[in-house]
Design a protein around this ligand. Structure first.
Ligand SMILES: C[S@@+](CC[C@H](N)C(=O)[O-])C[C@H]1O[C@@H](n2cnc3c(N)ncnc32)[C@H](O)[C@@H]1O
Length: 218
């Protein structure tokens, strides 16, 4: 819920000088949050990239996966299809035929380290200065977590980094300042502690309190 609200707010803040690009749409849950945010703001196009044949965790045995029909039906039901441009392809295929700037990039595709790193390397150069990167599953998932730490928290190209549960976000800058870097390091430390705590068994109420405390500390 908090993650969806973050996507909504970030999409609503987009001005339309670049697209919103989502890598990994599955059945449209995050796409709908982004699209609803966009419609509440400048109506920026949400480009939703997914081959719709699933990731390793969705493919059970030899059963083929095809999520596109359900994805489209969910967009229609949510009344957001007019603002979404689906691209049925992998992110590497899509980047070849995509020549527009990106104002908000949301990475939630293949979670293997090499693949997340590839998504970042291929798409981050398309993000405008002042635009935002968001990455899902940077808590407890080795691939996205490692890429977020290497490419966001420790990078010279981000300011205002932070996280809402498993989503890490940051604003792209030409070169961050020493003060930005000190803050990013502090956020990295918080992210490491939050990640460790997330493996501890706790009641939903305690988890809510922990989330609120970490939000206050950012
Ligand atoms: C974790 S799911 C995405 C969940 C979605 N964002 C949501 O909120 O429901 C990962 C998706 O990434 C897609 N995917 C896998 N490899 C991909 C690639 N190379 N490029 C783009 N999408 C990919 C899969 O088909 C799958 O639908």
């Amino acid at each position: 819920m908090e993650e969806g609200e973050l996507l909504y707010r970030m999409a609503r803040a987009c001005t339309g000088r670049g697209s919103i690009v989502e890598i990994g749409s599955f059945k449209g849950k995050s796409t709908i949050w982004l699209a609803k945010g966009s419609l509440a703001g400048a109506g920026t196009t949400v480009v939703a990239i997914d081959p719709h044949t699933g990731s390793a965790e969705h493919r059970q045995g030899d059963q083929p996966v095809w999520t596109y029909d359900e994805f489209l039906a969910n967009l229609r039901r949510a009344g957001v299809e007019q603002v979404v441009t689906p691209i049925v392809a992998t992110s590497a295929e899509a980047v070849e035929r995509f020549d527009q700037p990106v104002e908000l990039l949301f990475i939630d595709g293949d979670h293997r380290y090499e693949m997340v790193r590839q998504d970042f390397n291929l798409w981050f150069p398309r993000v405008l200065e002042g635009g935002y990167l968001l990455m899902h599953d940077t808590i407890r998932w080795e691939g996205p977590r490692r890429v977020a730490r290497e490419c966001v928290y420790r990078s010279r190209s981000f300011r205002d980094v932070g996280f809402v549960h498993s989503i890490t976000f940051g604003q792209k800058v030409g070169k961050n300042t020493p003060a930005d870097r000190r803050r990013n390091r502090y956020l990295l430390l918080l992210h490491i502690v939050y990640d460790r705590l997330s493996t501890v068994r706790a009641s939903p109420a305690l988890k809510r309190v922990a989330k609120a405390i970490f939000a206050r500390l950012q």
